[in-house]
Write a protein that binds this ligand. Structure first.
Ligand code: DP6
Length: 328
């Protein structure tokens, strides 16, 4: 099944309903239990469910309008080269919603400080589908919106909500049961600290690394079982406000994901020597009874997980940490 067929199933676009502008914001999100591996690459259907926390006011704001000759894309006020991979990915996605002879002007602003290593396709595609809904006056519910965001980038389906969000993998081949939903719980004391090591572009995209892992890693066979266990533990931790359980589960889940990448062929290693040094600092701090854990995505930068009460001790050890309060 193609992305175009899914879009056709979900939305009906009519010239007469188009408004002058669509404007939307979506938060970035960090997975505590990762999405790693697809059962359908065209539709970004995952092999397992995943669970994330959104980053509140940090994300992407998108203003969308129609224009005459070609798509015009700006990122933080700068025109983006139409032939580059960022613009091509957006244009191909917009093709799914295009009326004959019409083009889109996309103004995208990231509210995440540049270099925080968090600007991702997730908040970008989530904001884009919300802006499309407004511009084209699409009559769709939040479940369908989450499915549309997933077609842009898997993790984008979680960026439609604040707080803790679960993306259920689903089973159907058309993916109509694969969308994200928010969990009711909040955790105002929770903090996320980004330790930036490099702003350099990563050598492998997460998309390529994920596909290579599922295609070549034997260890990956263990991953679905691990996720099932971790999801249950995370939901218990969130419900019972058991921070040690949350931190331990998220850290172990991230390390297991990286283990499957190391087992891929050719192997994928995102870590720098400094990445490992941070892991060790975290483990040393825990020996001193500081409740801090980490998670790490497809890149070298580490995200610390801790509670508000530990901020001073964290800042003392990690001088350049950028601290986020996901629940405001
Ligand atoms: C490691 O959502 O970027 O961040 O669906 O191919 O666009 P595509 O992949 P993407 O992968 C995110 C991978 C991850 C884990 C996660 O966010 O769950």
């Amino acid at each position: 099944m193609t992305r175009a067929e899914i879009v056709k199933k979900l939305v009906h676009i009519e010239e007469r309903s188009i408004r002058p502008q669509g404007k939307a914001f979506a938060p970035a999100n960090i997975a505590l239990c990762k999405y790693w591996g697809k059962r359908d690459k065209e539709l970004n259907l995952p092999i397992t469910s995943s669970l994330s926390v959104s980053l509140g006011a940090l994300g992407t704001e998108t203003v969308l309008s129609l224009t005459e000759e070609q798509d015009i894309i700006t990122l933080n006020g700068q025109r983006v080269d139409g032939a580059g991979s960022f613009a091509r990915r957006l244009t191909e996605f917009l093709d799914l919603f295009r009326l004959p002879g019409r083009f889109f002007q996309v103004e995208t602003i990231n509210t995440i400080p540049t270099g925080a290593g968090l600007a991702s396709s997730a908040s970008g595609f989530a904001a884009l589908v919300c802006a499309l809904r407004e511009l084209l006056q699409l009559n769709i519910d939040s479940k369908s919106l989450s499915i549309l965001a997933r077609l842009g980038s898997g993790s984008a389906c979680r960026s439609l909500y604040n707080g803790f969000v679960e993306w259920r993998a689903g089973e159907l081949t058309d993916g109509m049961d694969s969308y994200a939903e928010p969990l009711p719980d909040s955790w105002p004391e929770m903090r996320l600290g980004v330790v930036m090591l490099t702003e350099k572009e990563k050598p492998h995209s997460s998309r390529d690394a994920m596909n290579r892992t599922t295609e070549t890693s034997l260890l990956y066979k263990q991953w679905p079982g691990k996720v099932e266990k971790d999801l249950l533990a995370l939901k218990t931790a969130i419900r019972e406000k058991d921070f040690a359980l949350l931190g331990k589960t998220a850290e172990s889940n991230a390390l297991a994901m990286h283990a499957t990448m190391l087992d891929a062929w050719p192997p994928v290693l995102y870590w720098l020597p400094e990445t490992i040094a941070i892991f060790k600092h975290v483990w040393e701090l825990r020996e001193q009874n500081v409740e801090v854990y980490f998670t790490i995505d497809a890149g070298p930068n580490v995200k610390l997980l801790f509670l508000q009460s530990e901020i001073k001790r964290i800042e003392k050890v990690f001088k350049n940490v950028y601290i986020i309060a996901p629940f405001g």
